[in-house]
Design a protein around this ligand. Structure first.
Ligand SMILES: Cc1cc2nc3c(=O)[nH]c(=O)nc-3n(C[C@H](O)[C@H](O)[C@H](O)COP(=O)(O)OP(=O)(O)OC[C@H]3O[C@@H](n4cnc5c(N)ncnc54)[C@H](O)[C@@H]3O)c2cc1C
Length: 467
C-alpha cells in the first residue's frame, strides 16, 4: 500500500493554555496508526536522497520499511547503527533543513516526517522490554589483545557519539565531563518540555551499557591537563567541550540585577530546579521578561519564563521572523527589527530597556541581509528581567591551559576539516568547540568522524610498529 496523501501525519500537542502551566512535554508523538500511515508515504527511493541530508547517515528508507512491516525492533536496530540518540534527535533535530529537505515527497507536498518516525521507533522500543536485548555490545580489540583507551573531553552529543562509535570499533572510551551530570546542552540547555530528561536518561543508559565510561566533575584543563591524560595511558584525546560561554552585548546596564545570560537562566531551571518550590535556587521569578535574540535558545528562554509564571514575555529580535510558532501560541510577544541599546534600573535592579528600531539593508558577502539602527527611533520597554540569548562561544578553559593547540580569533579549536586532527598529535576536536554554536546532529556527525579517524590513525601506527 502506498499512501498518496500530500500531507504528513502530525503529532498531537498539548493545548497552549495547559502546557504553559507546567514543564511536561508539548509534542506527544505519533500513534501506531499515524506512524504506519506516515511510513507508507515513503517511496523507498533507490538513491535515498534523505540519507545524504543526514550528518550521521542513518539508513532512513530501510528503517521506514521496517515500520511498514510493523517491526519496530528492526527499525530501531537499523537507526542505532548510525545514531545512538534517535529519541533525542527525533525531538530536537531541525529535520526540515536536513534529511526532510532532500525528501522527494517534499517536491509536491509535505516531505515524509522522518524525524517523527525516528522518535516513534525509539520511544516504542525504549519504553518496552525489547530495549535490553538491543543493548548488545561489540568489544573486539583492534589488534590482538592490545586495547587502546581514548579520552573524550565533554559529554555533549559530540563526545558521547565519539565514545559510542569508538566502543563499536573495539576501543575503550572514557568521557570526562566538567559538570555533575552528563549530556551537555541536552541536559543543561534544552528545556524538559522539548526534551524530557527521562528520554535523555534512557538513551544514556543504552550508551553506558555498551561500555562507555563517563567521569563527571572532571574539568580538563583544571582537574588535569591534556598531557596528563596521555600520561594516564590514553592513546588519543577527542575534545568536544562545546560552546558554552555566553556572549553579552557590551551595552550599559548589563550588570544590573535581573539581567541574565540565557545559559545561566536555563541552567538554573534545568539543572538546579529553580522552578520547584522545595529547591532554594536563587532566581528572579519574572513578571515582565524580555528575551534578546531570535534563535532556539531565545525561544527556549521565553517559553521557560512563561512556565515560571511571567505575565508578559517579549522577544526582542533585531532581524525578522524565526521558528516561533509554539512560542506564539503560548502568548509570547515579538518585537522584530528591534535591538536593546541600554538596560536601565533603579537601586541596582532592572526596570526598563532602551531599544532602537532596526532596518534591513542589502545582502552582505554571506548572503544575509545587513541590519542597521534607525537614528532617533529609540523606545522603552518595561522589564524586571532580561535574558540575553545572542550566541555562545567555546569556553576558554582548555585554551588557557594548553600551549600546543591552535585556536581561531573566536576561540574555536582549529582542526583539519577532513581528519578533525588538531595541531597537537593524537588530539582531535569537533562539535560546537570547533564550529561554534551549531546543532546536535552536526556535533554527532563530527564525533562519529573523529572516532573513525582515531581508529585508523592508531591502526596505522600499529602496523608501522609491526614493520
Ligand atoms: C538552549 C539551547 C537549545 C538548543 N536547541 C537545539 C535544538 O533544538 N536542536 C539542535 O539541533 N540544536 C540545539 N542547540 C544546539 C546544540 O545543543 C549544540 O549544537 C550541541 O549540543 C553541541 O554539542 P557538543 O557536544 O559539541 O557540545 P555541548 O552539548 O555544549 O557539550 C559540551 C560538554 O563539554 C563540557 N565541557 C566543557 N569544557 C570542559 C572541560 N574543560 N572539561 C570537561 N568537560 C567540559 C560541558 O560541560 C558540556 O557538557 C541548542 C543549544 C542551546 C544552548
Amino acid at each position: 500500500m502506498f499512501n498518496k496523501s500530500k500531507f504528513k501525519e502530525t503529532m498531537p500537542v498539548v493545548p497552549a493554555q495547559i502546557r504553559i502551566t507546567n514543564f511536561n512535554e508539548v509534542e506527544l508523538g505519533l500513534s501506531d496508526k499515524s506512524a504506519l500511515l506516515e511510513a507508507d508515504r515513503c517511496l523507498n527511493c533507490k538513491n535515498s536522497p534523505c540519507v545524504k541530508g543526514c550528518p550521521v547517515g542513518v539508513e532512513i528508507p530501510k528503517f521506514i520499511e521496517f515500520i511498514k512491516k510493523g517491526d519496530a525492533n528492526s527499525a530501531y536496530k537499523t537507526i542505532l547503527k548510525d545514531n545512538i540518540f534517535p529519541a533525542i534527535c527525533g525531538r530536537v533535530c531541525p529535520q526540515e533543513k536536513q534529511c526532510e529537505a532532500h525528501c522527494i515527497r517534499g517536491k509536491s507536498g509535505d516531505s515524509v516526517a522522518i524525524g517523527s518516525l525516528e522518535r516513534y521507533v525509539a520511544d516504542k522500543i525504549l519504553n518496552s522490554d525489547d530495549n535490553k536485548e538491543i543493548q548488545n555490545k561489540k568489544t573486539d580489540d583492534i589488534s590482538g589483545n592490545k586495547k587502546h583507551k581514548i579520552a573524550i573531553v565533554g559529554s555533549g552529543p559530540s563526545g558521547l557519539t565519539c565514545a559510542s562509535e569508538l566502543t563499536e570499533l573495539g576501543l575503550e572510551a572514557t568521557v570526562f565531563e566538567a559538570l555533575h551530570t552528563p549530556g551537555g546542552v541536552l541536559s543543561y540547555g534544552i528545556p524538559e518540555f522539548r526534551l524530557p530528561r527521562k528520554v535523555l536518561k534512557k538513551e544514556l543508559e543504552v550508551l553506558k551499557n555498551k561500555g562507555v565510561k563517563i567521569v563527571t566533575n572532571a574539568v580538563v584543563g583544571k582537574s588535569f591537563l591534556i598531557d596528563s591524560l596521555f600520561n594516564m595511558g590514553y592513546s588519543a584525546v577527542y575534545i568536544a567541550s562545546g560552546a558554552g560561554l555566553p556572549r553579552f552585548m557590551n551595552i550599559p546596564g548589563e550588570g544590573l540585577s535581573g539581567v541574565y545570560s540565557a545559559n545561566e537562566f536555563l541552567t538554573r531551571v534545568n539543572l538546579m530546579h529553580a522552578e520547584k518550590e522545595k529547591y532554594d535556587t536563587p532566581i528572579i521569578f519574572p513578571k515582565k521578561l524580555v528575551v534578546v535574540g531570535g534563535g532556539n535558545v531565545a525561544m527556549d528562554a521565553a517559553r521557560v519564563a512563561k512556565r515560571l509564571g511571567a505575565e508578559n514575555v517579549t522577544v526582542l529580535y533585531r532581524r525578522t521572523e524565526s521558528e516561533i510558532s509554539h512560542a506564539k501560541e503560548e502568548g509570547i510577544e515579538f518585537l522584530f527589527l528591534s535591538n536593546p541599546t541600554k538596560f536601565l534600573g533603579q537601586n541596582g535592579k532592572l526596570t526598563n530597556i532602551e531599544c532602537i528600531k532596526m532596518s534591513m539593508g542589502e545582502k552582505d558577502f554571506s548572503g544575509r541581509k545587513s541590519v542597521s539602527p534607525i537614528p532617533g527611533s529609540e523606545f522603552l520597554v518595561s522589564a524586571d528581567t532580561a535574558v540575553i540569548a545572542v550566541g555562545n562561544s567555546p569556553n576558554t578553559i582548555i585554551k588557557n591551559s594548553e600551549n600546543n593547540l591552535d585556536f581561531d580569533s573566536y576561540g574555536r579549536i582549529i582542526v583539519d576539516s577532513q581528519t578533525l586532527r588538531t595541531s597537537k598529535k593524537f588530539v582531535y576536536a569537533g562539535g560546537d568547540a570547533v564550529t561554534g554554536a551549531a546543532t546536535v546532529i552536526l556535533a554527532m556527525g563530527a564525533g562519529k568522524k573523529a572516532a573513525h579517524q582515531i581508529f585508523n590513525d592508531l591502526k596505522s601506527i600499529e602496523s608501522e610498529g609491526e614493520r
